[in-house]
Design a protein around this ligand. Structure first.
Ligand code: ADP
Length: 441
């Protein structure tokens, strides 16, 4: 930025300087030429007077600064201060013909006699002859040279302007560099106020987000500890009783199966926690591949068939073969959780329908519909939160961890899929995953 400001202001300074210099020299040249013409004119007027009084002798007494030529009205040269006669007829010279016509003439041209570029002034005398004074341009240029020291002044001004430009650029950038991003109290320039406001807003949003993340992390840790503590306490209690021999032999099997059930719950919980942590860390390093949702659903329903049979629930798969780009393992876990819930929170004799299809805009859709107990409206937006359960004891009874739907939510986010839930208490629930069309092969 410093470089850019410096470059712009320096270039501007140089341009202004060059413009001023050009103007100055232009005026200087004009003025020198005007002064020279005036001097030649004055001398011509004096010479005319002298000529009228003393004749050609007067011309011969004049100094040698300017060349004097006396020309008759027919163009023949009567006298020349620099060259011996005869000299060619001068009628064709522009200044002479102009003087004969209008009384005076002037111009700059190459002299036929000296070959030098020369300034001419011609004056028509009362007797009809023409007096012409001339001066080589080299002497005029010499006069112009007198202003050459101005070049050094210009060079000096140029250096000063470079220095000032650099200092100015530094001074402009300094307050921006010194801006305290932690406090952002005020902006160094009013023009930067909107930017400073935006940065402050962004900082606040980031702060809020990290606070929220920290809160969720703490809440999750507390919940995990609590969830693990409950089965551990039960296991420890049962084991203690058995160790002390306080359990009648006929109850040992029951106590052992309680211990087994609680430890299974802990294993499911730890498995879910590991899955969630992996997803939290930005997704597992699993390969994205073409996943056929219909085949995936077939496999999932197969693995849950035994559970469904035990509960008297009918499983059904509808739709067609649809492929998406995704992570097979994650999609399989999500669908398993949805179907598992649809069976767990169903009613005896109920059904679970998994539908796989493609919408008109080629978005793959996967839905799990059950005829179960449903979710009351006030809980519907919260069931995707970690450890959130509508009925805690029912969830525990059916072996729930409270993490199933939050894993589904993560998997949906990972695949940019839209997740929606429609549920009517007492009638059933339908959860749909709608994948973006661009994920279709
Ligand atoms: P859980 O392991 O307890 O099933 P989830 O995260 O899978 O945890 O679900 C959260 C809660 O949402 C469940 O405890 C249950 O109350 C409710 N829920 C989830 N799926 C269904 C469903 N298909 N029908 C009724 N309630 C459901």
């Amino acid at each position: 930025m410093t470089k850019k400001i410096f470059r712009s202001s320096f270039i501007l300074g140089v341009l202004v300087l060059l413009l001023c210099a050009a103007l100055f020299f232009g005026l200087q040249i004009r003025q020198t030429l005007d002064e020279t013409y005036l001097a030649l004119q004055q001398e011509a007027i004096y010479a005319e007077h002298g000529l009228a009084i003393s004749g050609q002798r007067y011309l011969e007494t004049l100094g040698e600064i300017n060349r004097i030529t006396w020309i008759s009205d027919d163009g023949s040269v009567l006298y020349d201060s620099d060259f011996a006669l005869p000299i060619a007829n001068q009628l064709h010279c522009s200044e002479v013909s102009a003087a004969l016509k209008t009384g005076e003439g002037q111009g700059i041209r190459k002299s036929e006699s000296s070959g030098q570029e020369t300034m001419y002034y011609a004056l028509l005398c009362k007797d009809g002859t023409v007096l012409r004074l001339s001066r080589p341009m080299s002497t005029v240029r010499y006069a112009l040279m007198s202003v050459s020291p101005i070049f050094f002044v210009l060079l000096l001004v140029l250096m000063i302007s470079a220095l000032l430009s650099f200092r100015t650029a530094q001074q402009i950038v300094k307050p921006i560099n010194e801006l305290d991003l932690d406090t952002l109290d005020s902006s160094p320039y009013p023009e930067l106020t909107p930017l400073v406001h935006r940065i402050r807003e962004q900082q606040e949003t980031i702060q809020e987000q990290s606070n929220e993340q920290e809160r969720l992390r703490r809440e999750f840790s507390a919940n995990v500890s609590h969830e693990l503590k409950t089965p551990l306490t039960s296991i420890s209690g049962f084991a203690e009783l058995m160790a002390k021999g306080n359990v009648p032999p006929d109850l040992v099997t029951e106590f052992s199966s309680d211990i087994y059930r609680e430890s299974q719950r802990m294993i499911s919980l730890v498995d879910d926690i590991i899955r969630l942590s992996r997803l939290d860390e930005g997704g597992p390093e699993l390969q994205t591949e073409l996943v056929n949702l219909y085949s995936l659903a077939e496999d999932t329903l197969d693995s849950l068939q035994a559970l469904a049979d035990r509960q008297g629930i009918r499983l059904e798969l509808q739709g067609e073969s649809v492929e998406i780009c995704g992570i097979w393992q994650l999609l399989s876990e999500a669908l398993y959780n949805l179907c598992d819930n649809a069976i767990k929170y169903n009613k005896p004799g109920g059904s679970v329908i998994v539908r796989v299809g493609e919408s008109e805009d080629h978005a793959a859709e996967l839905s799990v519909t059950d005829t179960g107990i449903g979710i009351p409206p006030e809980h519907q937006s919260r069931v995707f939160e970690r450890f959130y359960r509508v009925d805690k004891s029912h969830s525990k009874e059916v072996g729930g961890t409270g993490l199933g739907l939050s894993i589904v939510k993560h998997v949906a986010q990972y695949h940019d899929a839209e997740l929606s839930l429609v549920s009517t208490p007492g009638s059933g629930t339908c959860v749909t995953l709608r994948f973006p069309p661009q994920l279709n092969p």
